[in-house]
Design a binder for this molecule. Sequence first.
Ligand SMILES: C[S@@+](CC[C@H](N)C(=O)[O-])C[C@H]1O[C@@H](n2cnc3c(N)ncnc32)[C@H](O)[C@@H]1O
Length: 234
Amino acid sequence: MKRLELTPRLRLLAEWVPPGGRIADVGTDHAYLPVWLRLHGRVVSAIACDLRKGPLERARETGRIYGADCIDYRLGNGLSVVSPEEADTIVIAGMGGENIAAILERAPWTAEGAHTLLLQPQSRAEALRRFLMDHGYAIRREALALDRGTIYPVMEAGGGEMSLTLGQLHGGAALVHDPLGERYIIEKIIRLQAAVAGLNRSGAEADQKHGDELREIITALLSMREEWRNAQSG
Ligand SMILES: C[S@@+](CC[C@H](N)C(=O)[O-])C[C@H]1O[C@@H](n2cnc3c(N)ncnc32)[C@H](O)[C@@H]1O
């Protein structure tokens, strides 16, 4: 039987899944995470769901190749195919922050505090953090995974309250002790500076205003970098 190895990003998510529970993996694609969790006995059951038929076929194929049992494969949009009592941990990984937020918004039961949410946005992480803050969720912990040269934030969230600064919205809610924290912040600053340079070339008033907003974020990220450096030396 072939051995299934997880990438560092999926490995971090797997480590955060509470042992002995039941997970729902939304947007499962190849179903590597639920298959790995079942093969290692980390969860008692898994629901692997995807919006599209092709990825769900791939998910079934992974389960078949590796011989994983107790996985229910479901076709559907977001959490519309999962009911709250069927899972205690919900994983939504590998899609844009706004898409993850939209999936949670359509399933308000995820904010009631009964579920652990493991979220891994591929882009627009700040949009997801803002959504969580504004819709009754709290990020309990956050960490970074380095996978083939790209840094990915992974968040554990649940129902609750939190208040994030502009710096935390963009540079991470709780990354001050993360070894990759400074690199994550610097990469963000570089991207924002490039955007500001582009906006500076335009004479339009709206672009100037947007440029000012981005400069404010850069300033907030620079102080986060200082905080990160102080935490390392302290
Ligand atoms: C890049 S894959 C990520 C696979 C895996 N979760 C991971 O992190 O490696 C994204 C998957 O999410 C699925 N997806 C996107 N939007 C979805 C939605 N609203 N509901 C369910 N699945 C969705 C896509 O069809 C695709 O298979």
